[in-house]
Design a protein around this ligand. Structure first.
Ligand code: CU
Length: 157
């Protein structure tokens, strides 16, 4: 049988898609700006876990001219990390969080959060947990989450 034809077809399709992506990008960009996300992560923390589950909270600010998405989180603390929203006090796993251009993504208690399951250890208050954030467009960003009291909530003063 001839194996060459299908391979050639796939390659040409991929090239066509890549070209289509490029041309639509450039036609939608404004004349003035760089059209890229500029992300900054702040305010991260992890409430001290009391089981083999933990939550993580961060704020991602986007000062750029393009939206991005938080797509996944990795850490040595757990091989089972997902991102969740909370609706009517029920958690739901999502595939990504939007980070709008000129806006921010806020993960906070009672809302969206990073969920760490099957913890390899339980960090104590004062320790720090390194996490790596993965985005649709921006290169991965590593941040340290300080471990706070289990009930810690920066929104309540
Ligand atoms: Cu959750």
């Amino acid at each position: 049988m001839n194996r060459r034809a299908p391979v050639a077809l796939v390659v040409s399709l991929t090239a066509a898609l890549a070209l289509a992506g490029c041309s639509s990008d450039s036609s939608s960009s404004s004349a003035s700006s760089s059209d890229r996300p500029e992300l900054k992560v702040s305010g991260g923390y992890m409430p001290r876990p009391v089981s083999d589950l933990a939550a993580g909270f961060i704020v991602v600010t986007n000062s750029g001219d393009a939206a991005d998405k938080l797509t996944s989180v990795t850490s040595d603390l757990s091989d089972d990390i997902t991102i969740h929203t909370t609706e009517s006090q029920k958690m739901r796993e999502v595939t990504s969080f939007d980070i709008p251009a000129g806006g921010e993504l806020q993960l906070e208690r009672g809302g969206s959060h990073i969920m760490f399951a099957k913890l390899k250890q339980r960090p104590e208050v004062g320790q720090k947990v390194d996490i790596e954030l993965h985005f649709e467009k921006t290169d991965p960003i590593t941040v340290e989450l300080p471990v706070k009291e289990t009930t810690y909530n920066p929104a309540q003063h």
